[in-house]
Design a protein around this ligand. Structure first.
Ligand SMILES: NC(=O)C1=CN([C@@H]2O[C@H](COP(=O)(O)OP(=O)(O)OC[C@H]3O[C@@H](n4cnc5c(N)ncnc54)[C@H](OP(=O)(O)O)[C@@H]3O)[C@@H](O)[C@H]2O)C=CC1
Ligand SMILES: CC(C)(CO)C(=O)C(=O)O
Length: 311
């Protein structure tokens, strides 16, 4: 994979996929978005992709396809929701060659395990994007409020040299990317933040900042994060976070105005990632014979809201 001009496919051209496509294309990489047919893809084909926000404002020409092409890529970035990964990876085979790497960029826990059921572990990496606050504003136009760190690590068997090459590729496109040796730690440390806000905001309609400063709800947000931290420790995850409350506060300060994507999904009547975020905590706890009542309760409420709305 040459960092100069890599051939990159982005599977899932929504909020994050558009941010990735915009910056990689602006740098001169050969970018193809493969997504479901819709107005956003039509607009990109007609007028290019406009991306603005924390990284600047530009319009780039990007190849946009509704179905996977039969050609090999250096890197395939999976940018669908975790709930959509199973269907999306089923279509990957024609795009995978001997040297292809696949990077799963979903929040929460469990999406990469689904991908691993379909592709060789030596080509699979996991990526974590922090504090992007990305959204598709209108067809052909995506925005992101922040641009935090991107951590990239082997799912299991990918060589360190390969994860370093992938991180270099992201850095070439102005992302603050870094290859890490323990991606599981990073996943849990991001999950502590997402679990604190995803369900509480989805239930109430509040932004991250509003939820944390609400006198009663703020304490529930923190309890969800602290419980996630406790379960990670019980599972033997070598966390670097020693003060989960401070960790959650620091995250909330950076994305105070953001509506978590789980709230956006609930509002739009789309299936949410609740099973991969708050729902993942009691699931992991059960493996250790433990319970996670705060996250279990929050998850059950979100699922009941979704069921009522027919998501
Ligand atoms: N948005 C953000 O700020 C952040 C998001 N994340 C995480 O990144 C991941 C992606 O989130 P986000 O970009 O917001 O999600 P979006 O819903 O905006 O984008 C997902 C895209 O994938 C498309 N898609 C669905 N199924 C398929 C398929 N089978 N093949 C190809 N494309 C498909 C969707 O199409 P359709 O619209 O038709 O469903 C949609 O365009 C999530 O795990 C999220 O939690 C992480 C950090 C920040
Ligand atoms: C802001 C938020 C909560 C959006 O889902 C997020 O996960 C991120 O950008 O890191």
């Amino acid at each position: 994979m040459g960092a100069q001009t890599a051939k990159i496919a982005i599977l899932g051209g929504g909020a994050m996929g558009s941010v990735f496509a915009g910056l990689f294309a602006e740098t001169g990489h050969e970018v193809t978005i493969v997504s479901r047919a819709g107005a956003h893809m039509d607009a990109i084909r007609a007028n290019g992709l406009r991306l603005d926000g924390a990284s600047g404002d530009r319009r780039v020409q990007v190849r946009a396809l509704d179905t996977p092409p039969s050609e090999e890529f250096d890197l395939i970035i999976l940018a669908t929701k975790a709930t959509q990964v199973e269907a999306a990876v089923g279509s990957l085979a024609p795009m995978i060659g001997e040297a292809t790497s696949i990077l799963a960029m979903q929040n929460g826990l469990g999406a990469a395990d689904i991908v691993a059921g379909h592709v060789d572990a030596h080509r699979l990496a996991v990526g974590i994007a922090a504090a992007f606050g990305a959204s598709v504003v209108s067809p052909g136009y995506a925005h992101h409020t922040g641009m935090g760190a991107i951590k990239i690590g082997a799912y299991r068997d990918m060589a360190d040299e390969k994860t370093a090459q992938i991180a270099d590729l992201w850095c070439s496109a102005s992302f603050k990317a870094e290859a890490v040796s323990d991606i599981l730690t990073m996943q849990w440390e991001k999950l502590i933040c997402n679990a604190s806000f995803s369900a509480p905001c989805a239930i109430t309609g509040l932004t991250v900042g509003e939820a944390l400063t609400d006198p009663a709800l703020g304490s529930i947000c923190l309890q969800a994060g602290i419980e996630t931290w406790e379960i990670a420790r019980a599972c033997g995850v070598p966390l670097t976070v020693t003060d989960p409350e401070a960790h959650v506060h620091a995250f909330a300060e950076r994305v105070a105005a953001a509506k978590p994507s789980l709230l956006q999904d609930v509002e739009a009547g789309r299936p949410s990632e609740i099973d991969f975020i708050n729902g993942a905590v009691p699931r992991e706890a059960a493996k250790m014979g433990l319970k996670a009542p705060v996250n279990q309760t929050l998850s059950a409420i979100v699922k009941a809201i979704e069921a009522k709305r027919g998501a």
